[in-house]
Design a protein. Structure first.
Length: 246
C-alpha cells in the first residue's frame, strides 16, 4: 500500500524548548519532574501508535513482539533520574501496601545480587528484571516502564528466541531506527533543560537507581539540590549491551 506520509520522530532541540518552558512556568520540583515524565510517556505512546499505523499501512516493517514475549527483559536497562523517581513513586503508591513492600524488597535484593553486571552478563545468565512476572512473563509496571523499555522491539521473534536459548548476547535481531530516535530525543531534551539548572542527568542502571531511592534517605530532595545520590548506580559504558570491538 502506498502512503504519502511518514512518522516524524521528536526532535531533541524542539522538545528541550518544551521542557524549558514547562519548568519555567512550574519550577523544578518533585511534582513538576513527575508531571514531565508523565507527559513524555503520553507523547511517546502517541508517537509509537503513529509508527505502528505507518508500518501496518505500508507493510515495510513487521513488529513481532507480543504479549508475554520477554526475551528482552533479561538485560540491563538504562534510565535517567526523572524516570527512576517516576517508577519508584508508582511502585510505592500504585499497588496495595503488601504488594508494594514485596516489590521493593525484590528490587533491593535483585540489586544486591546483580549490581555491576553488564547487559550481556544478565542476558547470558538469564537474569530477569525483578518487575517481570515469572509465571506470566508480563511486565508488572508496563504502563510506567522507562523509555528504553518502550523502544525495545524486534521484527522477528526467532532471533530473539535463539539468542535467549543459546545465551548469545550479541545475536542480532531486526529493528527500526524510528523507535530509538524517540528515546534519544527525549533524553537529549531532558539533558538540555535540566543541566542548566545544575541537575545531574547521567545514564543510570534501572534497578540500582530504584534500590538507591528505596534504601537511602531524601534521594529526590538531594538530587533536586544538585547532589548526585546515584553515584554508585551509574550505567557506564562498561555495562551497555554493545558488542566488544572487533
Amino acid at each position: 500500500m502506498t502512503v504519502n506520509w511518514k512518522p516524524e520522530p521528536p526532535e531533541g532541540e524542539r522538545e528541550a524548548r518544551r521542557y524549558i518552558d514547562f519548568f519555567t512556568r512550574n519550577g523544578i520540583t518533585k511534582k513538576s519532574i513527575l508531571q514531565s515524565v508523565d507527559h513524555t510517556y503520553a507523547r511517546s505512546n502517541s508517537y509509537f501508535d503513529t509508527v505502528y499505523d505507518y508500518f501496518d499501512q505500508t507493510e515495510t516493517f513487521n513488529i513481532a513482539c507480543s504479549k508475554g514475549c520477554a526475551f528482552c527483559c533479561h538485560t540491563m536497562v538504562s534510565v535517567i533520574a526523572p524516570e527512576a523517581f517516576y517508577l519508584a513513586e508508582h511502585i510505592k503508591n500504585g499497588f496495595e501496601p503488601e504488594e508494594s513492600r514485596r516489590k521493593i524488597e525484590q528490587i533491593v535484593e535483585h540489586d544486591r545480587q546483580h549490581r555491576g553486571k553488564s547487559g550481556a552478563q544478565r542476558h547470558v545468565g538469564r537474569i530477569a528484571c525483578p518487575m517481570l512476572d515469572p509465571e506470566t512473563h508480563l511486565c508488572t509496571v508496563h504502563g510506567v516502564r522507562p523509555l528504553t523499555c518502550r523502544s525495545m522491539h524486534s521484527g522477528d521473534v526467532t532471533p530473539c528466541r535463539v539468542a535467549f536459548e543459546t545465551r548469545d548476547a550479541y545475536h542480532p535481531a531486526p529493528s527500526h531506527a524510528l523507535f530509538f530516535k524517540n528515546t534519544q530525543a527525549y533524553y537529549d531534551a531532558y539533558g538540555t533543560a535540566l543541566h542548566s539548572a545544575g541537575l545531574i542527568l547521567e545514564p543510570l542502571e534501572l534497578n540500582a537507581a530504584l534500590a538507591t531511592i528505596f534504601t537511602e534517605k531524601n534521594v529526590f530532595v538531594r538530587w533536586l539540590k544538585g547532589e548526585n545520590p546515584f553515584e554508585n548506580a551509574s550505567a557506564d559504558a562498561g555495562l551497555t549491551d554493545a558488542p566488544p570491538p572487533a
